[in-house]
Design a binder for this molecule. Structure first.
Ligand code: ADP
Ligand code: MG
Length: 347
């Protein structure tokens, strides 16, 4: 079902947790709310679930206004970071819980729980108590419990963050498979950019109670709308500066001049760490002058190196390159930006 959120605000006393959020999510699509801790993701999700009521603004499911509807009257499935399984109920009873408040007959109850177990690949575990299940298995049961009610909307609040990295990737793929198979409208909350990029049709990047940008994962990465988004997604270097009134040059405060292909306003340039090239000075040809930087820190990450370099003005930049050429800490090297990868920011 379609979800529509209009100018949602939520204050807790003095704290404005959500400061005016609007978006529309088409039926069957997956939206990620992505942002750092404290930016208002959980509060937004809880308002959609009916666990919290907005200070102002409206929420619609398929044009039905549910803003003030009690949580139990919304047909919404929710999965929490902490799993929140009932410890004294078996896996089966945990999953059946949502059905028991909905007066489903015995045969249907059995059938639907088994089906949900099958979807999350936990058939055979129905009699296990939660404490005898691993973190990943508990998360699958929590997901089955949310799915068994055949919800209009699935809400997932950082469902993977309690899992170790291998399991996290596996569960991420499972969630992807399940929401695509069931074509269920899903809002996924995370602070992890790779989860958001991989899982969603649309990503809304949140910053201090507002959405900075809402777009497809590729657009968010390629054309970040603000410095915050550029930095938060992919850790771009954001270089503030001004246009040289004379011509096409952008004069960065870090002492580098960049030639921009387009005219128009520019307050900063973002460049991703992988779009900066470092070269040994002796390889430099006279016709192609480069800026010089000093390697402050070289981190070997297996498949690549990540360098922190210092410009002549003493500003730091982050550069990533493949691991076949290594530069040493303390070395001075040439630096070049890939001109076609410069991202012009206007705010
Ligand atoms: N029940 C509450 N009472 C007071 N402040 C709250 C409450 N819930 C959230 N907040 C505050 O609202 C802001 C947003 O919180 P939250 O939505 O949990 O962020 P996120 O999920 O993005 O980490 C934070 O500053 C948080 O401390
Ligand atoms: Mg949260």
């Amino acid at each position: 079902m379609d979800l529509k959120v209009q100018s949602l605000h939520k204050s807790f006393g003095e704290i404005e947790a959500v400061r005016g959020i609007s978006f529309e999510l088409k039926a069957g699509h997956v939206l990620s709310l992505l942002g750092p801790s404290g930016c208002g993701k959980t509060t937004t999700l809880r308002m959609i679930a009916g666990l919290e009521f907005p200070t102002s603004g409206r929420i619609f499911i398929d044009d039905r206004d549910i803003t003030n509807l009690a949580a139990r009257k919304r047909n919404i499935g929710m999965v929490f970071q902490s799993y929140a399984l009932f410890p004294h109920l078996s896996a089966f009873e945990n999953i059946a819980f949502g059905l028991d408040t909905r007066q489903v007959n015995r045969a249907d109850r059995e059938r639907r729980v088994k089906q949900a177990l099958d979807i999350v690949r936990m058939t055979g575990f129905e009699n296990r108590m939660p404490r005898l299940l691993s973190g990943g298995q508990q998360q699958r049961i929590a997901l089955a419990r949310a799915l068994v009610i055949e919800p209009d909307l699935l809400l997932l609040d950082e469902p993977l963050s309690a899992l170790d990295s291998k399991l996290r990737e596996e569960m991420r793929e499972e969630i992807h498979r399940i929401v695509r198979e069931l074509e269920i409208t899903t809002v996924f909350v995370t602070h992890d950019q790779s989860e958001a990029l991989v899982l969603s049709d649309v990503v809304a990047v949140m910053n201090a109670g507002l959405i900075d940008q809402m777009d497809t994962p590729q657009q968010i990465y390629r054309a970040p709308a603000t410095s915050f988004v550029a930095d938060f997604i992919g850790g771009a270097n954001v270089l503030t500066g001004h246009r040289d009134p004379e011509g096409g040059l952008f004069v960065c405060d870090v002492g580098i001049n960049l030639l921009l292909s387009e005219n128009g306003p520019a307050t900063a340039i973002a460049i991703r760490p992988e779009d900066i090239e470092l070269t040994e000075l002796r390889e430099e040809v006279e016709s192609e002058p480069r800026d010089r930087v000093k390697i402050l820190r070289a981190r070997f990450l297996g498949n690549r190196f990540e360098y922190t370099v210092s410009t002549e003005t003493g500003h730091s930049l982050v550069v990533r390159s493949d691991s076949h050429v290594a530069h040493r800490e303390g070395q001075t090297v040439g630096m070049r930006f890939r001109a076609d990868r410069l991202i012009v920011l206007t705010n």
